[in-house]
Structure formats: C-alpha cells, structure tokens
Design a binder for this molecule. Structure first.
Ligand code: FPP
Length: 245
C-alpha cells in the first residue's frame, strides 16, 4: 500500500469528472483535441492507481449527453479516441481482470463505437477485479426520468404497486442498479459543480475539487485526493458521537 494511505478506508467507488482538457491544450497553444489525447494518459494512470490501492469501482465521466452539442469535429475526435482506446486497450484491461461497463444512452454512440463497447463489456463481464464504469452519452436527469418511466410502466402492467416505490426500489431502475453509490467524487480543473453527473447516487458522496487540469491528474494527484477523503468524517446525517460510539 502507498505510504500514508489507510488500507481500511479506501473508497469502494470513486467517480471522476475529467475536466480541463481544453484549457490544458490552450495553455500550450495546442488544438483542444490534443488535451483530450493527453487526458487519455491520465485515464490509464487513474485506472492503474485504482487497481493498486483496491478501489472496487471507478466511474469516469467520459462524455455527457450535453457534450453532443460540442463542435462536430471535437465530437468526432472524442469518438475516435474512444474507439482507439477500446481497440487497443481492452485486451490488456481483460488480462488485468478489469470489468468494463457503461452507463448512459449508449445507443446514441456511432455504430462502430457501440459495437466495440458492447464487445468490451461482453469480453470482460466475468472479470472480478476493478469495475471500470464509463459514463458515455450520460445525463443524470435523463437517467432519473427514464427510471420514472420504467417504474410507471411496471405499475401500469400491475407488476408494481405505487406503495412499493421507495428510495431503494427507485435505485434499482437506474443504470447503476448493482453498484454501490460513489464514496468519493473528484472533479478536476477548478469547476465546482456536478454537471448532471450521478445526481441520484451522490446524495452522500464526499466531493473533492482540485485546480489541477485533467491531463495533469496522475497517480500523485489521485493519492492526494484519496488522502483528503480519508481525513473526512462521513456522518450520513447523524452526529459525530453516533459514528464513533
Ligand atoms: C472535459 O474537458 C473532458 C471531456 C469532455 C472529455 C473527457 C474524455 C477523455 C479524457 C477521454 C475519455 C476516454 C475514455 C476511454 C475514458 P473539457 O474539454 O471540457 O476542458 P475545458 O473545460 O478546459 O474546455
């Protein structure tokens, strides 16, 4: 284990909003897309660190529903990066026992990307190591609305009674149905908002914001975030004395 990290307090689920690629590139007078390419190296670094310290689920906000509105060239580049990633790296992830999953309206992805993604999910489905959960074409409000729609349909069909709808049941209709809620959410690049990410699931998540831009967020920065998390007291609405007995 890494010095200064408490192995007993590793967050089971870490979610990351990978922000600041464009600004990283701009600061170097490079095209924005070069920031995304550099950001891929951070993706590799955080996956490795997550495996090393024993994080069980790593959810990466790779492409939001709103990101479809970016300039066409940038969207195409991001799709190309994603397909390159899935083509080149899935075998290695598979060997490392990583289980790939996706959340979001993935059917909106270009056909070739969707095919590669589905193949990656299928190939790694039985792996027991890190769960790498990619949020793609993902929007938190859309996820909640579709859960409400599915629940309404189940009620109409008589499969469910309105009185049975509680928080736990609702969560079972979300994309993340069989995953724990994130313990820690990291957002890079100094922006302090959730940007429609995991709105239902982050009710009691610890939030960590850093000025560091995503392409500069590598192992050292990730460890810093984990150490910050370990210093926090999670009370879930209770008082300190109730937590410590
Ligand atoms: C935000 O930076 C970043 C994105 C919208 C894309 C992030 C995607 C990657 C790093 C590649 C993901 C691929 C895989 C396989 C996980 P920004 O462009 O909003 O930066 P800015 O706010 O500085 O403009």
């Amino acid at each position: 284990m890494i010095a200064g990290l408490d192995p007993a307090k590793i967050p089971a689920h870490v979610a990351i909003i990978m922000d600041g690629n464009g600004r990283w590139a701009k600061a170097r007078h490079l095209p924005r897309v070069m920031g995304h390419r550099e950001g891929m190296k951070s993706v590799r670094a955080v996956i490795e660190t997550a495996r090393k310290v024993g994080v069980k689920v790593l959810t990466l906000y790779a492409f939001s529903k709103e990101n479809w509105q970016r300039p066409k060239d940038e969207v195409s580049f991001l799709m190309k990066l994603l397909s390159e990633y899935l083509q080149k790296e899935v075998d290695e992830l598979h060997e490392k026992d990583v289980q790939i999953r996706a959340i979001g309206e993935i059917e909106l992805l270009p056909a070739n990307v969707l095919e590669l993604l589905k193949a990656a999910i299928e190939k790694t489905a039985k792996n027991q190591g890190l769960i790498l959960n990619l949020a793609l074409s993902y929007g938190g409000r859309a996820e909640i609305a579709q859960a409400a729609r599915l629940i309404a349909q189940a009620v109409l069909k008589g499969e469910l009674k309105p009185s049975e709808i509680d928080e736990a049941l609702f969560a079972r209709f979300l994309y993340t149905k069989d995953l724990p809620d994130p313990d820690l959410l990291i957002r890079t690049s100094g922006e302090m908002r959730l940007s429609n990410f995991l709105l239902y699931q982050t009710a009691y998540t610890e939030l960590y914001f850093t000025e560091t831009l995503w392409p500069d967020f590598r192992e050292e920065e990730f460890i810093k975030a984990l150490k910050d998390y370990q210093r926090r007291e999670r009370r879930f609405g209770k008082i300190s004395e109730q937590i410590h007995g």
